[in-house]
Design a protein around this ligand. Sequence first.
Ligand code: COA
Length: 378
Amino acid sequence: MRTNESFRPGLEDVVVAETRLSLVDGEGGRLVVRGHAIESLAERSFEEMCGLLWDGALPGPARSEEIRSGLAAGRAAAFRELARTSAVLGSSDAMESLRAGLAAMRTEDEPLERTGYRLAGAIAVLLAAWHRRRLGGAPVAPDAKRGHADDLLRMLGGAPAPAALVRGLDTYLVTVAEHGMNASTFTARVVASTRSDAISALVAALGSLKGPLHGGAPGPVLDMLDAIGREENAAAWLAGELAAGRRIMGLGHRVYRVRDPRAHVLELALAELERAGVASRYLSLARAVERAAIEALDAHRPDRKLRTNVEFYTAVLLDVLGVPRALFTPVFAAARAAGWLAHVAEERAVDRLIRPRQRYLGPLPEPEDAGGALRAAG
Ligand code: COA
């Protein structure tokens, strides 16, 4: 009997795919997406990022416009579908509503890119409609003339958002659209490897993203900043959390041993917004808490470099963009959908069922009494 002797809990450092999509360099603190350092993509739009991920190269103006109008059509289709699926918005948990809304989508015989537009459109429409309903109002219809980030903010807020906020959301969506073999991307690839459809792959990925160790962290980051309240409380609050055996949200990463490069990009976007007159109520506190948390974690785990991850400044940025904290993870999904789709396409090209093995630790049946069985047979 073959056994797998090389089991690593959490599949840490196990290579499960070959990809042309992104490089996550944990020691060097680098994220490269299709040959571009993430810092160099920060000024791009979500549409351009979709083009980069799906086509392999940054799109020119005509292709960008094609993607923009594809996403707009996806939002329009999702808004029409709301008449059929609006019951899914009833959950008090936005991720639950989003999961139900995507699951209700119909699988069509269509090119993968069109499914991508429908999925990205549905995520934007569903999360905004969930919010409007919580406020007691009707969902805001999408506007086909707008870019995806622009329209998402408009459908959320009920009025066109200032250009600086649209720029901020585009930077966020671009920054988190793709990030190697994270748990939700792996989930999407496992589903795609069975030749299942892309909607099923994304529903499964969404369930994976929801967990607090993955995409569920930014809401709790803001809760932490609220609980700390003032810079001078940070050290004592953090020490209390660590002493109680709890994790500090927005810090630590499976791959990065240095500061997550995306934290830097998002912090710069916050500084840019501040220059444009949109100051965050959390930014200076967040910077102080980050310093105190690193000091506390260095003392707590001197053997392990636990540094700021993307979720820390995600929380601060999404808050200043007017996104309520209940929607932080759904907005993350809005971005990551582009990356998930690209991985589904890659996995389809590989076309090899992902089916690893396990090491059995349970008991075996008693050896059969062969003599007795033969006697009974006569
Ligand atoms: N606060 C306190 N302790 C932490 C920590 C944190 N943020 N992150 C890791 N640790 C501890 C772990 O508990 C572990 O302790 P143990 O050996 O006693 O079990 C040790 O440090 C080593 O953890 P590591 O192997 O580096 O992390 P991981 O790969 O298992 O987990 C995360 C990575 C992201 C899940 C983890 O750092 C975490 O839970 N962070 C907080 C949640 C978060 O911000 N998630 C968003 C990720 S982008």
